[in-house]
Design a protein around this ligand. Structure first.
Ligand code: MN
Length: 423
């Protein structure tokens, strides 16, 4: 039996070479259809969604507990653990193979279990238990530090020793396509003597990956590198919408609060850690050497291309504004998780860890408007003549991500959102 990651595998479903969802991917999502409003778990394959609840009721896949996919989230499946994740992925891979007749030659089953992706509605794939956002790109932290504190104090003294983070809000993590209402808050531009309350004027995005935690840890215990790695179920694209003017006034001394609490968008398909295995790469050298509990032996970064596009209010098309790679992250997701539990903090199934804004070394690799427009001093010019330092109402942002294999790609689909006026 070939491993589900085997690049030679082919499905009986035609999948274009540039599709995000070949048989080697098999990401999990939650969907409903016009025929059935019941939310259930599916897997994306080419232009189709495979209904796992339907296959489970036919006893063609077995996750060890009945009805585990006839649920409005993948949390129960994640809680079943890594051995079940691998077994089910193998079962799905087998059913979709070009040389397996079970589903291929059963027209009535195909009718019930395979539906065009265009016709389904995608929902939040998991119930977010807790949301923590990190700050792990050295390039991003340096850019922001230079803007706010000058070149000599760009990186805070702790940054090279600790994966810095704050606790975000799980309540406002939303699936791609959900509009984002411009937040309001306390603003105090340098010219003002006292703060005022009103709509954010410096609304931004942050290009991030989200780590989806599929395991739990006990309060009072810590995690090894291996335990942390095995608790990672998968990854999504994440846009950490950010109100820079609110942030600048409120962040001292406890870090961001309302500047980040109004909305975080994620892509609807959770790409499994297992599907990303072939794309592991070594992260940047870490100097100084981290404390022993943060040292890792494995290559825990991923060669994962990221593309950001902006569509100005009224414009017909998206225009590219940044293009970078997840591999540049200084602290890996495994190090972030190890650190998160290092005090004895309990981790839960459904926890979401934002990677932190992903910026690369080049100018076109910056993962936020704050950096792209250099705090508003260098507005970007879009096709059609629109200029932007920060978002205007009606603007949309779209992020794509993919790992490029030989003749196929492991893609993440899209996370997209449009800014609506403040209420
Ligand atoms: Mn962030």
């Amino acid at each position: 039996m070939s491993h589900p990651n085997d690049p030679k595998l082919k499905s009986f479903i035609d999948v274009a070479a540039d599709s995000d969802f070949p048989i080697q991917n098999l990401p999990y999502g939650v969907f409903s259809t016009p025929d059935s409003a019941q939310r259930r778990v599916g897997v994306a394959i080419g232009d189709f969604v495979l209904d796992l609840a339907a296959l489970e009721s036919e006893k063609l896949i077995d996750a060890g507990a009945a009805g585990i996919f006839a649920q409005p989230s993948i949390n129960a499946f994640m809680a079943a653990g890594p051995q079940t994740w691998s077994r089910v992925r193998m079962q799905i891979s087998q059913l979709l193979r070009h040389d397996n007749a079970t589903l291929r030659d059963n027209a009535s089953l195909r009718q019930r279990a395979l539906m065009p992706r265009k016709g389904v509605q995608l929902h939040m794939p998991f119930v977010v238990s807790g949301y923590t956002d990190f700050y792990s790109s050295k390039e991003h932290a340096t850019n922001v530090g230079v803007m706010f504190r000058g070149k000599d104090n760009a990186l805070q003294p702790n940054w090279l020793h600790i994966p810095i983070a704050y606790n975000g809000r799980a309540s406002t993590v939303v699936v791609s396509g959900t509009p984002i209402i411009r937040p309001q808050g306390q603003l105090k531009p340098p010219s003002a003597e006292v703060p005022s309350f009103g709509p954010c004027k410096r609304l931004d995005f942050e290009l991030e990956m989200g780590v989806v935690i599929g395991g739990a840890s006990q309060m009072g215990t810590r995690l090894t590198e291996q335990q942390a790695a095995e608790m990672i179920f998968g990854f999504v694209l994440l846009n950490d919408w950010s109100a820079r003017d609110i942030q600048q006034w409120e962040y001292v001394p406890l870090g961001p609060f309302q500047a980040k609490a109004f909305g975080t968008s994620i892509s609807p398909w959770v790409v499994t850690r297992e599907a990303l295995e072939p794309f592991r790469v070594q992260g940047p050298a870490q100097n100084p050497t981290p404390l022993p509990y943060l040292q890792q032996k494995g290559a825990n970064n991923y060669d994962l291309n990221l593309q950001v596009d902006l569509r100005a209010d009224g414009a017909k098309d998206y225009a590219p504004i940044a293009c970078t790679n997840f591999k540049y992250m200084y602290w890996s997701s495994v190090q972030q998780l190890v650190h998160h539990a290092s005090s004895g903090c309990a981790m839960n199934v459904g926890d979401l860890l934002g990677s932190g804004t992903i910026s690369g070394p080049e100018k076109n690799q910056r993962g936020s408007l704050l950096e792209i427009s250099w705090n508003g001093s260098e507005p970007i010019e879009l096709p059609g003549g629109d200029k932007r330092s920060f978002f205007e109402d009606g603007d949309s942002l779209s992020i794509h991500g993919w790992c490029q294999g030989e003749g196929y790609r492991i893609g993440f689909g899209e996370v997209e959102g449009t800014i609506l006026p403040a209420k």
